[in-house]
Design a protein around this ligand. Structure first.
Ligand SMILES: *Cc1c(COP(=O)(O)O)cnc(C)c1O
Length: 471
């Protein structure tokens, strides 16, 4: 054995302990850590682009990384990172994620590990948590992007089936043009259209309801009526990243009765709201969708990367993802046969962090997280609306606040960007830019399990401090 490997084998306990200490240092300081590290700290240090010849062993390599790069790590796992839609990691989920690497299982159904059984149980518990029926099967993928990809891929196969074509065998060209209808698709679904050979041009944007980001069902009906016979996928939002708008799924289901289409629901973070009886009604109807996306690394607060794709069409899913090889187990139609149900071949034991979090905190723990984030978003929205420097671009719906600077004369986009840059440098709260119906805005998305009322007050203080001086 290479001497460094031998040395590390002998020092395994010390290496793990050292790693634990670094993690503890990081986590105990996360509330003080700047949400956005200075740009120079985000650069690679001299020499670190070079391949080492002999290596220095794990402890020295860990110290090398930590001494040089600890300052370049954001507090994105902390309680005041409101940029994008960024979850943290609960202690149970983090602990499980460490174990996943330590035990290093390949989570196919390979008859030599309990990993697939735990994955199946995790998906089942998640269905209970979110009120989804037994009829759904599900599997873990790396994120909502891949969950959207899988859902749309099964939809593509279904469209073929309606026309007597097996797209998995014959290719998407045999199906001819497909239309994809949506009011506010997430960019990742548009990427999936490209990856799936359906093409981005297949997307037709349908009008929103006035003053909302939700689809106008009447506009959708007009489009469906004018395009009868064209294979159709509908991508519903539940909810959108700007304002957490939910498409009215029951109205979409009524349309599906008359104009058959595949209904995919992107509920990457909004779907988690179904664990609270206060908000579950917003998802009403999703139990009859064809496929659903739910992210685990956002509002379920497990570490990157993790999401669940659900569908009610196991056989079609297996037609798409089956994987024949002399040395691998043959596909049989069962919901835990993940090798034949997902894009991956070898798979990380990605279910364990969520399984552990559900064990550790249960339904009520998840519900607390969701309800607290929503309450705090309401508080942030109320305070911003009452402030001198800001106004809301839309009423606060659930856990995202979409707002803008008031009274800026001149270039509103530049003023917004300068404000966000000042906020980043101040380091207390991270928000990211957006456009809402064409207006430059700022988003604050609350999805972290640690966030509390004092964080909202700290965030507001920093936002006021970073306001531009009047000119
Ligand atoms: C974040 C998000 C995605 C993409 O998710 P990843 O996990 O980053 O791949 C898709 N849809 C919605 C609604 C999202 O919020």
């Amino acid at each position: 054995m290479h001497p460094r490997l031998q040395q590390d084998l002998d020092q395994f306990p010390q290496i793990l302990d050292h790693t634990r200490q670094l993690a503890e240092t990081f986590l105990s300081g996360i509330k003080q850590r700047p949400v956005c590290p200075p740009l120079d700290a985000q650069q690679l240090q001299p020499g670190d682009d070079q391949l080492a010849e002999g290596g220095k062993g794990a402890i020295a390599a860990l110290d090398h990384f930590w001494q040089r790069y600890a300052e370049g790590i954001s507090a994105s796992a902390g309680p005041r990172y409101f940029g994008f839609v960024t979850g943290g990691a609960t202690p149970a989920a983090l602990a499980a994620d460490w174990l996943v690497s330590a035990i290093d299982q390949n989570s196919q159904l390979s008859q030599d590990t309990v990993a697939a059984a735990i994955e199946l149980a995790t998906v089942d518990q998640l269905k209970t948590l979110l009120g989804l029926p037994e009829t759904f099967n599900g599997s873990f993928v790396s994120g909502a992007t891949m969950a959207n990809f899988v859902g749309i891929a099964i939809g593509r196969q279904w469209l073929g089936q309606q026309h007597g074509i097996d797209v998995a065998e014959q290719g998407v060209a045999a199906l001819g043009p497909v239309q994809v209808l949506s009011a506010n698709p997430h960019a990742s679904s548009v990427k999936a259209l490209s990856m799936l050979g359906i093409g981005r041009d297949a997307l037709k944007i349908i009008d929103c309801l006035p003053g909302s980001e939700a689809i106008d069902p009447a506009a959708l009906e007009r489009h469906l009526a004018s395009s009868v016979g064209i294979p159709t996928l509908v991508l519903a939002s539940a909810g959108t990243v700007n304002t957490v708008a939910f498409d009215d799924l029951q109205q979409l289901l009524a349309l599906r009765e008359r104009y058959p289409f595949w209904l995919h629901v992107d509920a990457a973070f909004g779907g988690v709201a179904a664990c609270s009886p206060r908000y579950a009604a917003r998802l009403a109807g999703w139990e009859q969708a064809d496929s659903i996306t739910v992210d685990a690394h956002k509002w379920l607060n497990v570490p990157y990367d993790s999401a669940i794709q659900f569908s009610r069409h196991l056989a079609l899913q297996m037609q798409v993802f089956q994987n024949h090889s002399a040395y691998l187990e043959a596909p049989t139609l069962r919901p835990d046969n993940y090798l034949h149900l997902t894009p991956e071949n070898s798979r990380r034991f990605r279910a364990l962090p969520l399984w552990m979090a559900l064990k550790a905190y249960g339904h009520s723990g998840m519900r607390d997280m969701v309800e607290r984030n929503v309450q705090l978003a309401q508080l942030l929205g109320t305070e911003l609306a009452a402030s001198e420097g800001f106004h809301l671009l839309a009423p606060v719906n659930l856990n995202v606040v979409c707002f803008a600077l008031k009274d800026n004369k001149g270039d509103a986009v530049a003023a917004r960007d300068r404000f966000i840059a000042r906020l980043d440098r101040h380091g207390i709260v991270r928000c990211t830019p957006t456009y809402y119906h064409g207006q430059p805005g700022i988003r604050a998305a609350l999805v972290n399990w640690m966030t509390q009322e004092r964080d909202i007050h700290l965030a507001l203080e920093s936002m006021r401090y970073c306001l531009p001086e009047p000119c």
